[in-house]
Design a protein. Sequence first.
Length: 370
Amino acid sequence: MDKKIKIALVFGTRPEAIKMCPLVKKLKENEIFQVFTIVTAQHRQMLDSVLELFDVVPDFDLNLMKPNQNLWELSSDILLKTKEIFEEQKFDLILVHGDTTTASFSALSAFYSRTKIGHVEAGLRTFDKNYPFPEEINRVIVDSISDLMFCPTEKSIQNIKNSGIKKGMYKTGNTVIDALLYVVNNKPANLDFIGLNNNLKTILLTSHRRENFGEPLRNICFAIKKLIEKNKDIEIVYPMHLNPNVRNTVIPILENIERVKLIEPLDYAPFCTLMQKSHIILTDSGGIQEEAPALGKPVLVLREETERPEAIEYGGVKLVGTNTEKIVNTIQELLDNKNEYERMSKSVNPYGDGHACEYIENIIVEYFRC
Ligand code: UD1
Ligand code: UDP
């Protein structure tokens, strides 16, 4: 091939960066590609820490994050700012990731510029437009205008087929497993600064979803208080997302409680080490639902629905929702019932073999060769 294939990878939040940086690096190794990294910086600090870890320096940084930003303004900023770059650079392919505002509005912008689109982590669905909000609709938008869809599992391919799209889907696994294995094998982190007590069982908590703001998140915090009162042998570690909607709810309920550690968001390497050290993980995060089964850690999902049902089917993940009693009872069972704990921690990882980036690279090469 004489002319290089000009590819842009666009991302903006922490999870997109974790899942796209390994792909940036993989594509850059192949000389037939000219690779550009565009960050919207929908997140700022939480994005930068991932870029630094993977040693990725963006070619374009739109620097869009505003404190307590809203969907309308962020969406229009992404459309207008990416337009300038897309119209000038004329990429052969624009890759976006997952279900964020960055993904949906960069993809729309690429579509308006009549550029081919590749969707990494395509085909995830709950089929409920309000859960997760607005991510479910973002995924539908991106898949409906993509030329290439890199699906983590067979189920995600089937979801797209069921929507009437007939071609462009490939099963690749999720690049999060590539990222996780790279970090676990190459970047072990020291957690001394957290001050974990080795005599206690660590329960790791994260929660940041929009649909959990307000009462659901309060219910989660009350469950934590009850569990701490009932079990003197556990500690809870909550690296809090920087979104003020999370902090303003969590801090007044959980600050200054013995054995509850409210900490700043962790860089990805220490976070992986913390997942490995944890006994149970309690989360509404998407990415953590994929990583924890690969580390053999039971996960209880603080949501009513999930677009990642595979690990539930394999037994490593349970949906608990946000009802205080249900959370308390489910965790208590896992703490008390050794067999149930063993069963959940021995489940398999359905999200990939750690070579998703290589599969995606090969599919792109084949696509442009034809
Ligand atoms: C976004 C994604 C969500 C994803 C999450 C990952 C959308 C609609 N939502 O939600 O799908 O699960 O990221 O974390 O795209 N903030 C900082 N510094 C940071 C990051 C965030 O201060 O590095 C604060 C800012 O006040 C910002 C706010 O958090 O305005 C919200 O960020 P935003 O990206 O709009 O929403 P998330 O809840 O992070
Ligand atoms: N993560 C991290 N530090 C933290 C919390 C999470 O590095 O303090 C990582 C986690 O391992 C996963 C990703 O961030 O890879 C998930 O991001 P988040 O939960 O913000 O978003 P989601 O996956 O729900 O979109």
